[in-house]
Ligand binder design. Structure first.
Ligand SMILES: NC(=O)c1ccc[n+]([C@@H]2O[C@H](COP(=O)([O-])OP(=O)(O)OC[C@H]3O[C@@H](n4cnc5c(N)ncnc54)[C@H](OP(=O)(O)O)[C@@H]3O)[C@@H](O)[C@H]2O)c1
Length: 253
């Protein structure tokens, strides 16, 4: 589809990768809603960059652990733009808990990770389903992780949340067809990001060592993959891995 004059919601638009996705969609002619939960300054910076590209940007609050906040965002998008063509479920939360340390992964931490990274994206897709369908060319891109494809990441809860997000992609691709295409990008380590800084050292070192290209993923390539999936007309239910080529994540998608 032509991306010019489409309206995109990028959750976690205040963050490292979400900001790159918002800027990349604006460069294709989209107006962009960039959500934040705490970092309003980060969201405003991204909005300023979007507006410098001649598109409309809007920084909007969203705590996707809270269903009322999700519904309020959907109402805001409808009121402000009257349409929604693209949803990028990029927002997520992690905490570094080495896999063998089962006792440290308590129920509250598990719930926070799963509510943020899996339930939130589902509820947001549900809240915006009407607008996405009436767009005629609705697109959802879920930002998962290679940790959802093979067991290794900041925590077991995070890996399970991202595995769930990848399968949610499959389920929604079926449920929302033919009006909406639903795809996924699964990044590996992205150096210098807040999330990467919370990884156990051994996990980050393993990602660098395994990347056959000799470099790990980049926010720019994740944004480019997202833009490609938004523009494509015949791709749904798929996952693109952006990780510098870790063999353990090569046979999925
Ligand atoms: N960085 C990596 O190495 C890496 C690797 C694999 C996958 N990923 C995935 O890439 C995506 C972006 O990661 P990133 O590195 O850009 O992380 P980041 O800089 O920490 O950004 C995370 C974003 O999520 C938002 N957020 C956190 N909790 C939220 C909540 N409860 N409700 C709504 N928004 C919430 C944050 O908002 P505030 O800024 O306002 O707090 C922020 O905008 C995530 O899905 C992550 O799992 C990242």
């Amino acid at each position: 589809m032509e991306l010019q004059d489409r309206v995109a919601v990028v959750t976690g638009g205040s963050g490292d990768i979400g900001g790159a996705i918002g800027r990349a969609l604006a460069a294709q002619g989209c107006d962009v809603v960039a959500t934040y939960v705490g970092n309003v300054d980060g969201a405003n910076e991204v909005v300023a960059e979007i507006e410098a590209q001649g598109r409309r940007g809007l920084a909007a609050p969203l705590d996707q652990r809270d269903p009322m906040s999700i519904d309020a965002l959907a109402t805001l998008v409808e009121t402000e733009f009257g349409r929604c063509d693209i949803v990028v479920n990029n927002a997520a939360w992690n905490i570094g808990i080495p896999f063998p340390d089962l006792d440290q992964l308590d129920g509250d931490t598990w719930d926070r990770v799963l509510e943020t990274n899996l339930r939130g994206p589902f509820l947001l897709c549900r809240a915006l389903a009407g607008l996405l369908k009436s767009s005629g060319s609705g697109r959802i891109v879920n930002i998962a992780s290679v940790g959802g494809l093979s067991p290794g990441s900041s925590s077991i809860a995070y890996s399970c949340s991202k595995a769930g997000l990848i399968h949610l992609t499959h389920c929604l691709a079926v449920a929302m067809a033919p009006e909406v295409a639903v795809n996924c990008v699964a990044p590996g380590l992205v150096e210098g990001t807040r999330m990467a800084n919370r990884l156990p050292d051994a996990v980050a070192e393993g990602a660098r060592r395994q990347a056959v290209l000799g470099r790990v993923g980049s926010a720019e390539d994740i944004a480019a993959a997202t833009v490609m999936l938004c523009g494509a007309d015949t791709i749904t239910g798929q996952t693109i891995v952006v990780d510098g080529g870790m063999p353990g994540a090569m046979n999925f998608g």
